[in-house]
Design a protein. Sequence first.
Length: 242
Amino acid sequence: MTATQPAASETASILIVDDMEENLVALEAVLGSLGHVVRAHSGEEALKAMLRQEFAVVLIDVLMPGMNGFETAANIKGLDQTKDVPIILLTGAAVDPNYAYRGYTVGAADFLIKPFDPWLLRTKVNVFLDLFRKNRQLVDQSEQLKRLLTADGGRPTVTPSTPPPTCASIEPSYGTDGKDTTDSTERPARPDDADRLSEVVGQLAQAELLLRDANGPGGADLADRIVELEQAVGRLMAKRET
């Protein structure tokens, strides 16, 4: 794995759709280092692939026989399972001026004309990959926070590795100078819930900033959801201190 490739656990899948094999080879050469690339040679094949697995973004050639790119995009947006997947439409230089408008009408997030700049294409695709990963991170953190909020009737719990000491074992003792000489190892360990919650808050705040800076579709909505989670954590921490 090169330094520019994401960790395996963060790898997102990219679907490329074109009826010409040479175009698929060229796209995979440009995008292969960004994530796992899956090929489809038709709109029908693309829909089947998207129902089998999850994709961060799909790139579709407009001029394909049978189901063209516009129809493929419309079908993707018409399915609950795939409607939120961002679509980039690709077409040749000699295009109808209305193609771009038609592409956005069917729900495409972007429209590029061939021959495209490889750097520009990678940059655009990478925005959607980052958004996909941040969304995944948000879901994971939301589940973690939900477990903390619902455990023990709304209060997070920690399962100690050893039974807590009895009251007798932590009875304070005092020296001749009146100071407490109780061994700190005899005191019950403080739950690390506060540390865990603080860590969650930090992760949420970082994800919020990244999403707002990404300028990708849906980023602001996800950032707003993170703010709500941060507020929920804050209320929980305040409740613990009372």
